[in-house]
Write a protein that binds this ligand. Structure first.
Ligand code: MG
Length: 162
């Protein structure tokens, strides 16, 4: 049986993951508007991953005898000035999510909830990937600067994400 404290903390994380999905879908819409279909595709794939993260936590709370109650999801920003700004915002967002996950691990340890701690280890690993991938693209966009060729080339590469 999950403790109320652990349950409530995981419910907050479900909300954070769904917000992430919302944020990346908003970025996808921005890229659609700029006709950067590859970047829009990359963000859509990312949004789907985030709903998967929320579902993983949702299943865990249910499997441990908890009760999930969902909260309102905050509206994401509607626009970003440049692709570089969007990917930089994505990178900064993932750093915040990593901090949230690390805090959950601390709560699991304080609650002596071994199952939660093991489940959260997957998220700790996943955040290393999430930060690396968004940072890599943000850094490439800094190198590309105002080169239309570079931007279209990167857009084409990102459109191949599976
Ligand atoms: Mg996530």
């Amino acid at each position: 049986m999950i403790s109320k404290k652990m349950q409530d903390a995981l419910i907050d994380q479900i909300n954070a993951e769904l917000y992430s999905a919302y944020l990346y879908l908003a970025m996808a819409a921005e890229f659609e508007a700029q006709n950067l279909k590859g970047m829009a595709h990359w963000m859509e794939v990312q949004a789907k991953e985030e709903t998967g993260h929320a579902k993983r936590l949702y299943d865990f709370v249910n499997n441990r005898g908890g009760r999930v109650t969902l909260k309102a999801i905050e509206a994401p920003p509607a626009e970003w000035k440049t692709p570089a700004a969007a990917f930089q915002a994505a990178y900064e967002h993932e750093q915040k999510v990593s901090a949230l996950i690390h805090n959950l691990v601390d709560i699991a340890r304080a609650e002596k909830d071994k199952a939660a701690e093991v489940m959260l280890a997957w998220f700790v690993d996943e955040q290393v990937e999430e930060e690396a991938s968004s940072n890599e693209i943000a850094e490439k966009l800094k190198l590309i600067k105002d080169s239309a060729n570079g931007l279209f080339m990167l857009d084409s590469v990102l459109g191949r994400r599976e």
